[in-house]
Design a protein around this ligand. Structure first.
Ligand code: ACO
Length: 365
């Protein structure tokens, strides 16, 4: 409830807008669980296929497998029309929209639809990424999981186990996170009895913004702009003084360290290819946290998931311009699980808005 007693809270900050059994995001303690299981345990001992099945069904399925799906020719034809310089998030959104049109997903959302859209998304992104490099698409390998299958479709060779495992861990960490902006967008869309493809397309649009899923590539830019650790403090203070934000820091819910950042930092530490970059990132993180604490003593701004996502994604050799869209691939399990949950007890999501425009008036006669 806000100060004027109306319940209005800009940005819905602090507003309870629903109930979910999918993830508990405990911002004060820095804890995240999917259907009760801590994220660290899922990253260490699970696969993305198992986590997706858990989110969709509520049950842990030891033998869950999720492979990339082949693309309908009409989707490939749409992707071919896109300019090579197109933003990868735009291409993914367009490809999934085309896929939804071809497949004709309809209300109510089902687990089969959730699996289908989640497993076609990596094929769309890989086909676009190859096409912009003048290369033909590669058919998916049904034996590979989603993360490994995505890397295979990008490069035409099976990734080594370390890269496959690191990207799978990243997918687990990115799978679900409560009522974030993109998930909320998906729930709003499905609540109108629209279809799961439309919900995911809308969610991709919301995730594209740098205040949500667009941050990891900006983390890379940011660290590139800081010539050395010795220059970091001055650079950070100058950035804040200009009123700009530090990418990879801050979160609407977490006042404590984002547990996803901790999980991905451990993954990144196991990736030899990212060693020097990671050492610089860790040193700059310490300085940034100290300066941010001084900058906003009453509003804790800690490292968020995107900071170490940048390290893991670089470690598996993905170009920064694919980072946000790769995050979108991971979040498909959560978006679609929320569609299923919303549909189970659906109420149209349609809040009130306070009118602050001119009083009623009339056109000149
Ligand atoms: N750098 C500098 N200042 C910040 C940062 C930051 N990263 N984050 C918040 N602040 C400041 C704001 O400038 C604001 O200050 P003001 O009150 O003086 O205007 C104050 O903290 C509150 O900011 P809000 O946007 O109202 O707070 P919120 O906690 O909702 O912000 C957000 C969350 C949008 C993620 C923000 O922290 C941000 O922009 N971070 C940088 C981008 C980023 O890393 N995004 C990825 C988020 S993780 C994800 O979505 C997967």
């Amino acid at each position: 409830m806000c100060a004027d007693g109306s319940g209005f809270s800009p940005g819905l900050k602090g507003v309870l807008a629903g109930e979910t059994g999918l993830a508990r995001v405990d911002g004060e303690r820095g804890r995240l669980v999917y259907r009760g299981y801590p994220i660290g345990e899922l990253v260490e001992r699970g696969t993305y296929a198992q986590v997706a099945a858990l989110l969709w069904t509520g049950a842990w399925s030891a033998d869950a497998h999720l492979a990339c799906a082949p693309l309908p020719s009409a989707v490939l034809a749409v992707l071919r029309q896109l300019p090579p310089e197109a933003n990868a998030m735009d291409a993914l959104r367009t490809g999934e929209s085309a896929w939804g049109t071809v497949v004709g997903t309809t209300w109510p959302p089902t687990i089969e639809q959730a699996r289908a859209v989640t497993s076609v998304a990596p094929s769309i992104l890989a086909a676009f990424a190859r096409q912009r490099d003048g290369l033909p698409p590669i058919d998916p390998d049904p034996d590979l999981g989603l993360a490994a299958g995505f890397l295979y479709q990008l490069r035409g060779e099976r990734p080594d186990d370390a890269a496959a495992r690191a990207l799978d861990a990243y997918f687990i960490v990115g799978a679900e996170h409560g009522f974030n902006a993109s998930t909320f967008a998906a729930r709003v869309i499905i609540s109108t009895h629209s279809d799961v493809a439309s919900a995911v397309v809308g969610a991709i649009g919301a995730l594209k913004g740098p205040w949500h899923g667009g941050a990891p590539s900006e983390v890379v830019d940011q660290l590139q702009q800081i010539p050395s650790v010795e220059d970091a403090e001055a650079w950070i203070r100058a950035t804040l003084a200009r009123g700009e934000r530090l990418m990879g820091f801050g979160h609407r819910v977490y006042r404590a360290y984002d547990p996803r950042a901790a999980a991905l930092r451990s993954v990144a530490e196991g990736q030899a290819s990212v060693g020097d970059w990671l050492a610089k990132a860790v040193a700059i993180e310490d300085i940034a946290l100290r300066v941010l604490e001084e900058w906003k003593p009453d509003y804790p701004i800690k490292t968020n998931v995107e900071y170490y996502a940048a390290a893991v994604l670089q470690g598996v050799g993905l170009p920064p311009n694919l980072f946000p869209a790769t995050f979108a691939l991971a979040r498909h399990a959560g978006w679609t699980a929320h569609c299923l949950e919303q549909a189970e007890a659906n109420v149209l999501i349609r809040p009130e808005v306070r009118y602050v425009g001119p009083e009623e008036r009339h056109l000149p006669s």
